[in-house]
Design a protein around this ligand. Structure first.
Ligand code: KG4
Ligand code: ZN
Length: 337
């Protein structure tokens, strides 16, 4: 069995995965959304302190498995330095005490492998990763070759939902709140720009759209003067503009990439409006759409464990004294390393 740990942002999570069957034998996640909600976003130092309490609490429950563990896996990049450190410290200690190998896991690769939890992988694959930290299209030829084809030049999709929700005084995380409110709104009421609409660039940008939402909030007299219907209409209009942007750039990629399997992963891939839009797009382009079960879209240790199964087979271990913490890198291109 492999014990995996995730603490790259505001979720403390541990999973136990059986190597032979890929089955999840144990999985628990303690989210900190409520504690960060008052601030409208994640406060790194608070997150780190909450991980320091939650991770040992979860770990206690996994003690019965300790005798059967063959490796410890942990997210070491990218993420918030102070929160990654909590998971890594625990992982190093466990690996040393139990005298078993340590597997470092790239968080974004974990999101990709959320598609294959308790299953075989379907490669090659094109992936749209939309999370709180990243917005990227990645071509996965095999486990060793993951190439970034497009990335956001500024904010990520999840971040833009969070910030727009904050502007409207909705709370955190913004994604689910905006999606729920949008169901009651008119997506054509507010005229918002579709980012990079006339640009040939195959890239994403969300900061201009976020600013356009800010101007609409101001035009309504600020969040405190917005009616519930105004917020619902603005949420729906914003969600539509983000989706049109993603679709427009994805179409350009689809036209060039013959790979048949396409997937959406990351926290924002839980969004039904975005999922439905991609269902239609994939039908038009003859691609098969894959998504992870809802419970594995946002950060979790089960996806870290699933990736670790592959890494374990390839003996991709690291000396506990040499594991690096790599914080969020936004403007990435080339191979996902
Ligand atoms: O993957 P994730 O849990 O963490 C990162 O790796 O960043 O993604 C969290 C992000 C948050 O920004 C959250 O607002 C967004 O995913 N999110 C959504 C939805 N559910 C979560 N965005 C849009 N629609 C949703 N239903
Ligand atoms: Zn994530």
């Amino acid at each position: 069995m492999i014990l995996s740990i995730e603490s790259s942002c505001d979720d403390s999570s541990i999973a136990i995965t059986e190597i032979a069957t890929k089955k999840i034998l144990y999985h628990k996640k303690i989210s900190q959304e409520e504690q960060h909600s008052v601030y409208g976003g994640v406060v790194p130092e608070l997150a780190s302190r909450l991980h320091a309490v939650a991770l040992p609490e979860i770990l206690k429950e996994t003690k019965p498995y300790f005798g059967k563990l063959k490796a410890i896996a942990v997210t070491n990049q990218p993420g918030l330095g102070v929160t990654l450190l909590e998971g890594i410290t625990m992982a190093k200690t466990l690996a040393s005490l139990l005298d078993i190998p340590l597997i470092p896991v790239h968080h974004l690769k974990g999101h990709i492998y959320s598609l294959f939890i308790e299953k075989e992988s379907t490669l090659p694959l094109l992936v749209l990763l939309i999370s709180g930290g990243h917005t990227q299209v990645i071509r996965i030829e095999c486990f060793e070759r993951m190439e970034i084809l497009a990335t956001s030049m500024d904010d990520s999709v999840g971040e833009s939902f969070d910030k727009c929700a904050k502007m409207m005084g909705l709370g955190y995380p913004g994604g689910p709140l905006i999606e729920a409110l949008a169901l009651k709104g008119d997506e054509n009421r507010f005229d918002l720009p579709v980012p990079l609409r006339n640009s040939p660039l195959i890239a994403f940008s969300l900061s201009g759209l976020k600013n356009a939402v800010r101007l609409k909030v101001e035009a309504c007299g600020g969040a405190e003067n917005m009616r519930e219907q105004d917020k619902a209409d603005l949420s729906a209009s914003f969600q539509k503009a983000v989706t049109l942007h993603l679709l427009q750039k994805s179409k350009k990629i689809f036209a060039k990439e013959p790979i048949k399997n396409f997937a959406i992963v990351g926290g924002a891939s839980a969004n039904t409006y975005i999922r439905n839009a991609y269902k239609t797009l994939c039908q038009t382009f003859g691609k098969t759409l894959h998504v992870a079960p809802l419970e594995y879209c946002s950060d979790n240790a089960a996806m870290i464990g699933r990736y670790a199964l592959e890494a374990y087979e390839k003996k991709q271990f690291i000396d506990p004294n040499k594991i690096d913490i790599v914080s969020t890198k936004k403007h990435q291109s080339g191979m996902l390393l």
